[in-house]
Design a protein around this ligand. Structure first.
Ligand SMILES: [Zn+2]
Length: 196
């Protein structure tokens, strides 16, 4: 499943990657809708994708996988399962990424950071700083999807992803898809129980 087209097909089968004319939660319009949670809601798909991602780190002597909440929780857990190590998640408290719930890392602990989608990489950089400040070693940064469109997310090490997906965005008042007259779809609105 290492081939990019095969990975994209898994996303499409799950309805996690759609093409058309979409209203994003940001209010922007896009020809691409990506919702990683829809591929991860199936534990079988989540396990297969994360095993493939974990395979890139079998030589990295990883002891702990940490994902930023919420998107990174399932990915960190499934990558950790594949590597046979523990999974933690970081979450915001008073605006700062932190380990709560008794989670901790030790000095020298080899940590892999995992996320579902990296766009700017901001949350992961915060987790990286927090882990490094605790004296642990970040040995890799992994995500299912690379949405950086070639921008450097600033980890000081390569971002390892299964697939790169570009999600162009347009302001509602300057959208080429609107000008073409394509109907605008709000993803998920039809599937909401009780209707929206
Ligand atoms: Zn539009």
């Amino acid at each position: 499943m290492s081939d990019q087209d095969a990975i994209l097909e898994v996303f499409r089968e799950a309805g996690a990657l759609l093409e058309g004319h979409f209203l994003l939660s940001s209010g922007m319009h896009s020809p691409t809708y990506l919702q990683c949670a829809l591929v991860l809601q199936d534990p079988g798909r989540a396990g297969r994708l994360c095993s493939e991602l974990a395979r890139r780190f079998t030589q990295s002597d990883v002891r702990t996988v940490i994902g930023p909440a919420i998107g990174g929780i399932v990915v960190a857990h499934e990558v950790a399962r594949a590597l046979g190590v523990k999974a933690l998640f970081a979450e915001r408290q008073d605006g700062r990424m932190t380990l709560r719930r008794g989670f901790a890392v030790e000095a020298g602990e080899r940590v892999l950071l995992a996320e579902d989608v990296v766009t700017t990489g901001g949350s992961l950089r915060e987790v990286q700083q927090m882990v490094t400040a605790a004296g642990a070693d970040v040995v890799g940064v992994a995500s299912l999807v690379d949405r950086t469109s070639g921008r450097d997310p600033g980890f000081g090490m390569p971002l390892v992803s299964l697939v790169a997906i570009d999600v162009p965005t347009y302001p509602a008042d300057d959208c080429p898809l609107c000008r073409e007259g394509l109907p605008l779809v709000k993803p998920g609105s039809r599937a909401t129980p009780g209707g929206a």
